[in-house]
Design a protein around this ligand. Structure first.
Ligand code: BDR
Ligand code: CA
Length: 339
């Protein structure tokens, strides 16, 4: 099994990442921590509680974390993820509330309880993890492995020309985390899933239809660019219905931005890597974050050739097989929805 803590800013693709984790038999979900990013942290918490309850995992601790980045003001992106962060989906209100513990405390307590065992996954800004490593500097050594969705290396940004969203929201925290993890042994370097590879994880309506079929949901709808934006799913299966309503918004967003009627599944890919790093080909590099550039603040810079004379602190994903990722997603999330 893979004991895991996930820190998320749910988020449409974070939602599918959560479903993937819940659907994976090898995942031992210890806690979900919430950070501000796509939407405010309190909304993230509601979304996480709601997805967990919908999928029969209401026993997993959900902890609220930082409501603002460590230094700069919060920016959110409802235009990308919908007014509540879950696209057009309207999930049933959760029946429970968040944990009394702060997200950073949860990370610290859990890694102290199970040193060297836990995989950490972060699919939002790195604020909570930065707070946690400031409170417990041993945290990088106590984690088994950290997997991050964030950054853009030899690739255009999606937030500014040089920055990826999760890093751009809180660059100071990102730098704290990359610096803090420079102490871990080479076989435990953080795995970084950046836009260079996550924009190759393109979900199309056909994938969603296959997933619905795998879940035995009727009717199986084939969403299309010709649909009236905001059309709601009539699928009988609640997980499939809500997921379709969420992902439709993401299709519409990407379509509006001339990327086609598809969606980049950044965070679910990172979740799949956290459970099985062998699906990713990585290359070691020293990563730092630009904090002072007037045009480039938040840019992730990779030193691939050791020019800085500093040890590598990241394994950057440089290749994967997107079809294998979708095969796993359809099989796993399909059976979760069927259950
Ligand atoms: C990242 O930004 C967010 O909007 C997504 O959830 C993903 O984590 C991609 O840049
Ligand atoms: Ca995210």
């Amino acid at each position: 099994t893979v004991p895991l803590i996930a820190d998320v800013d749910t988020g449409i693709d974070d939602s599918l990442a959560l479903l993937y984790l819940m659907a994976s038999p090898e995942a031992e979900l210890l806690a979900i921590t919430c950070t501000a990013g796509n939407v405010p942290a309190r909304q993230v918490a509601i979304n996480n509680l709601a997805w967990l309850e919908l999928c029969g995992h209401a026993d997993v601790e959900v902890a609220l974390g930082a409501e603002v980045p460590i230094i700069q003001p919060l920016m959110t992106t409802e235009e990308t993820h919908g007014p509540q962060g879950i696209g057009h989906a309207v999930l049933p209100a959760p029946s429970r509330s968040v944990s009394p513990r702060h997200a950073a405390e949860v990370w610290i307590d859990l890694v102290r309880e199970r040193p060297g065992e836990i995989t950490g996954l972060v699919t939002g800004p790195l604020t909570n993890l930065a707070l946690a490593v400031k409170l417990e500097p041993e945290l990088p050594k106590l984690l088994k492995r950290l997997v991050i969705m964030g950054g853009a290396f030899n690739y255009a940004g999606n937030t500014t020309p040089t920055t990826e969203w999760n890093i751009a929201v809180d660059p100071d925290s990102a730098k704290i985390v990359f610096d803090a993890f420079s102490v871990v042994p080479t076989d435990r370097r953080p795995i970084v899933c950046a836009l260079d590879v996550t924009e190759r994880i393109e979900m199309f309506p056909a994938h969603l239809a296959e997933l619905a079929r795998a879940a035995g949901s009727e009717p199986v709808e084939q969403l299309s660019a010709d649909d009236v934006p905001g059309t709601r799913s009539t699928a009988s299966n609640p997980v499939i219905r809500h997921l379709s309503d969420a992902v439709r918004f993401y299709f519409e967003f990407h379509n509006t931005h001339d990327q086609g009627y598809l969606a980049h599944m950044h965070d679910p890919f990172a979740a799949a890597v956290a459970l099985d790093p062998t699906i990713a080909t990585t290359r070691a590099a020293t990563v730092d974050v630009e904090l002072a550039g007037t045009l480039t603040r938040g840019q992730t810079v990779a030193d691939w050739r050791g020019m800085w004379g500093r040890a590598a602190n990241a394994d950057i994903v440089v290749d994967t097989d997107p079809a294998e990722f979708f095969r796993r997603t359809i099989e796993r999330v399909g059976s979760l929805a069927r259950a």
